[in-house]
Design a protein around this ligand. Structure first.
Ligand SMILES: *Cc1c(COP(=O)(O)O)cnc(C)c1O
Length: 465
């Protein structure tokens, strides 16, 4: 794609039309021209002002000092119009979030687990960097019944966006957050009697119920009441009339592993704990245990609900699930070139100058850096797709920018590229026959796709399609 063909109303770099936006020179009203001369027709305010100063050192100093003064009173930028400048025209990098893929993934898992099993969409950490509110709404419209989050604030964000579905915080929040839980009708996971009693007491004081899910520790040893202490726990809190046990769950540490022994031990303990609750006359409510990996691999642990996290975003938790279900990746990472240059042979690029130009390349800059989730450990180890062709990322990835090289030699079936400022490239996604995935990056980094996805959610704007 050339600069002339760009979407978003982009009409080329220097020929670009303002977006219904008054150019600064005319929007500022009558500037105070030093020397009392208005700018000559056709000249910019800067040129005119420079001319009025004669362009000398004294003039430059005056010019700077004039601009250091408060502008109060001369501001005539329309806030409405300023807001209309799209985020992708403020910074040339963004993640694209394919909500149709979210829909496909939710429906695919729903179909696999069957209509009798509820589906919780886990949208913690801003939906693994994909945007919690939009992903939650899409999942709920595609068969999800429940939402899972990590923090009270994440739950409040959903409620403020008018999401009505049941929301479960997947750990026990601080006692001091209980008023928020009650006010926003958000369920906590509970595993300490202290929290349970305070929660029940406060709900009672407001004439409300205190619904919660009981977290059981069956072997992961992260949170929860130990599987063999569940009856004792319930007897400690059972006197509280407001407490309402809506569900009981555990979490698997190894549902994604080739080795299944630990998974089987956790499953057995969970089933026994649920049976002990029933034997003690307690209804465990909605019983749930499966994350994405278990939901896809092990129908025996679907129980009443599965908790779909990474799979909702089209990412596989393990090799094993790849052949078992068709998931569509939701996130792609896009940028436009912000600078292009020919770097003479043997000159370095970026901090440390670890990369030296072979002379036969153009070096392009894009505004994506490690503060945007493009991890520095990927420096020189990832590619950028331009017009369907892979180009090597070169030099150390900076906080907010990185560089890539466009090989000017033509070989094999590669076309010659002519990169220009404003041209769009892909850092994650599919372009022509070339694909770069979050999994590729995770493998290179020795981490998991979850972590790479979360990183790209940190700062870049999200474009929903
Ligand atoms: C994050 C989380 C999930 C989702 O796990 P995925 O592997 O992303 O499907 C499920 N349950 C709990 C308790 C979690 O913390």
């Amino acid at each position: 794609m050339t600069a002339e063909e760009l979407p978003n109303g982009f009409t080329g770099f220097s020929r670009r039309k303002p977006n219904g936006f008054v150019p600064a020179s005319s929007a500022m009203g009558m500037p105070r021209y030093v020397g009392g001369q208005p700018p000559a027709a056709g000249k910019s305010a800067f040129e005119a002002t420079s001319a009025a100063f004669g362009g000398g050192a004294q003039g430059a100093f005056q010019y700077a000092r004039d601009h250091a003064r408060s502008d109060t009173g001369s501001m005539q930028f329309d806030p409405e119009k300023l807001r209309m400048i799209p985020a992708t025209d403020r910074r040339w990098s963004w993640t694209e979030i394919d909500l149709n893929a979210v829909r496909h993934n939710a429906q695919a898992v729903k179909q696999r687990v069957g209509a009798g099993v509820r589906l919780m969409a886990v949208v913690k950490a801003d939906a693994y960097g994909h945007g919690a509110v939009r992903c939650a709404k899409t999942a709920l419209n595609s068969g999800a019944d429940y939402l899972g989050v990590a923090t009270v604030d994440e739950a409040v964000e959903l409620r403020e966006a008018l999401v009505n579905a049941p929301v479960l915080v997947l750990s026990e929040p601080p006692v001091s957050s209980i008023p928020l839980l009650l006010a926003y009708k958000v369920m906590p996971s509970v595993y300490t009697p202290e929290f349970a009693i305070r929660y029940g007491e406060m709900a009672d004081a407001y004439g409300m119920r205190a619904p919660y899910h009981l977290a059981l520790n069956t072997g992961m040893n992260r949170i929860g009441v130990r599987h063999d202490e569940v009856v004792e726990f319930l007897s400690q809190v059972s006197f509280h009339r407001a407490l309402d046990l809506v569900g009981t769950f555990t979490h698997f540490a190894t549902a994604d592993s080739v080795e299944t022994l630990d998974f089987q031990i956790q499953t057995k303990r969970f089933i026994e704990a649920i049976a002990a609750m029933r034997a003690a006359g307690v209804d465990p409510g909605i019983v749930h245990a499966a994350n994405t990996a278990a939901a896809i691999r092990y129908p025996d642990v679907h129980f009443d609900m599965v908790r779909l996290g990474v799979g909702l975003y089209g990412l596989h938790p393990s090799q094993a699930t790849r052949t078992m279900i068709d998931l569509k990746p939701v996130m792609s990472v896009h940028a436009r070139i912000t600078d292009v240059r020919t770097v003479p042979m043997s000159e370095g690029v970026s901090y440390g100058m670890n990369y030296r130009s072979p002379g036969s390349v153009k070096v392009c800059t894009v505004p994506v850096g490690y503060a945007d989730g493009l991890r520095r450990g990927l420096s020189g180890r990832t590619d950028v797709i331009m017009q369907g062709q892979r180009c090597r990322q070169v030099g150390n990835i900076c906080m907010d920018q990185c560089m890539f090289e466009v090989d000017l030699r033509v070989y094999g079936n590669r076309r010659r590229l002519d990169p220009q400022i404003g041209d769009e490239v892909l850092l994650v996604g599919r372009g022509g026959d070339s694909v770069i995935t979050l999994d590729d990056m995770a493998n290179t980094l020795g981490t998991i796709n979850y972590e790479v996805a979360c990183g790209f959610g940190l700062r870049m704007t999200k474009v929903y399609v």
